[in-house]
Design a protein around this ligand. Structure first.
Ligand code: PMP
Length: 407
């Protein structure tokens, strides 16, 4: 049975001499690795070979492992016969791939609450201000699509990397589809916390990253409808993407299906590790995982009521369902400095800054500044968690934060 236990249990010695377990509260950036992924890599490492290339047993076994990984991911996202699963480097890569595969002249409709990975790659963007409620979001999208002429696509995050709030994806998708517009879901923060079924979400395309889904870095997924992908120019021209190349430039035929966009030697270990986590999640008791996470979220928010200097930010308000991500506006304190002190003095890993979502963070903090990705004078402090997080992590964060803000 593949295990969702987190591997590694770092011990740290604090300045006072106390030895503590590192409290990793930065899952939204990169989650720690689970046993299922580590086991899958360890099993394959001693016997891998080239994928889709050779006739030797290593090559054949690796090709089978790679394609099985694709099948598992297809099951994880509920892909059907009209869908493709493409292995990419990460979510950013997946969204850039899709952005280049849009039919010419497509307008991309988006809200400005997106991570930069889902804000910047798209051609012809029509950017709507992040709405104050799910109902406003649905109405704003409907209105924008009503006014629009010509082909469009709508792209939205499943869960905000800043506030953890779930966007009303299904309702937005229904509106988009009523206007004949396809829907892209950035599931980078959703997939680690909630089931991501293309049909249930109403998504035509989904993108996510292995390193946020308890697998190692370097593999991500774009899953969705094949027709646009097969009609588009290959994302990475080269071997694997081409099936026949003539003597003269331009004399060639490109592959269809995932191979068209996976030029070069693929990241077999990354794909297999990612699929191992998907497989473990498919059979896991998701309700129990959800309950554990929501319990920690409640505990964190309750604890923070005793830290009035820290205000939780939100797009839709405190009652909107959310995943294990909380960002705090710290009045009169530099979040970067607070994060450093939490690490040094309390053995806690959190993140400070604007989390590659500058327009949203500016809006949430009322700031007028811009800054480099993740390093801003005006920003937030973010705590995020998931599998393997404990009540002790949460309590240490709350106590540590209160102490840092008061001393
Ligand atoms: N979208 C969201 C919502 C994210 O949180 C992130 C990562 N912070 C990304 C996209 C980009 O993911 P990656 O860096 O793995 O490409």
């Amino acid at each position: 049975m593949p295990s969702l236990d987190i591997i590694g249990d770092d011990k740290l010695t604090l300045p006072g001499g106390e030895v503590v377990r590192f409290a990793h509260l930065d899952y939204a950036a990169s989650a720690p690795c689970v046993r299922a992924a580590a086991d899958a890599v360890a099993e394959l490492l001693p016997r891998y070979g080239s994928v889709h290339r050779g006739t030797g047993v290593r090559s054949q076994a690796s090709t089978i492992a790679y394609e099985l990984a694709r099948d598992v991911v297809a099951e994880f996202v509920g892909a059907g016969p009209d869908h493709s699963v493409i292995f990419t480097r990460n979510t950013t890569d997946a969204l850039n791939l899709l952005a280049r595969a849009l039919p010419p002249g497509t307008t991309t409709v988006q809200f400005d609450g997106e991570h930069h990975a889902n804000l910047l790659p798209w051609p012809n963007p029509l950017r709507l201000p992040a709405p104050g409620s799910p109902n406003t979001a649905v109405a704003a999208l409907d209105e924008a699509l009503r006014r629009l002429t010509g082909p469009a696509v709508f792209t939205v995050t499943g869960a905000s990397n800043v506030t953890g709030e779930l966007w009303p994806v299904r309702r937005l998708a229904d509106v988009a589809h009523a206007h004949g517009v396809r829907v892209v879901v950035d599931a980078a923060q959703l997939a680690p916390h909630r089931p991501v079924d293309l049909t249930e979400l109403g998504a035509d395309y989904l993108a996510f990253s292995g390193h946020k889904l308890y697998a190692p870095f370097g593999a991500g997924v774009l899953a969705g409808r094949t027709d646009w992908l097969d009609a588009a120019a290959p994302y990475l021209a080269g071997g694997g993407a081409s099936v026949a190349v003539g003597d003269r430039p331009g004399e060639l035929s490109w592959a269809t299906g995932p191979a068209r966009h996976e030029g070069g030697t693929p990241n077999l270990l990354g794909a297999v590790a990612l699929a191992a986590v998907c497989s473990a999640l498919i059979t896991a008791d998701r309700a129990a995982l959800h309950e554990h996470e929501q319990h920690l979220l409640g505990r964190l928010r309750d604890g923070l009521t005793a830290v009035p200097e820290a205000t939780e930010v939100s797009v839709f308000g405190p009652d909107q369902p959310r995943v294990g991500i909380v960002s705090l506006h710290l009045r009169g304190h530099d979040p970067a400095e607070v994060a450093q002190r939490l690490s040094r003095e309390h053995g806690i890993g959190v993140r400070a800054g604007q989390f590659c979502a500058h327009p949203l963070v500016r809006r949430l903090t009322g700031a007028a500044t811009t800054g480099a990705c993740g390093t801003a004078a005006t920003g937030l402090l973010r705590a995020s968690f998931g599998l393997g997080s404990t009540a002790e992590d949460v309590d240490r964060f709350v106590t540590g934060l209160a102490e840092v803000l008061r001393t």
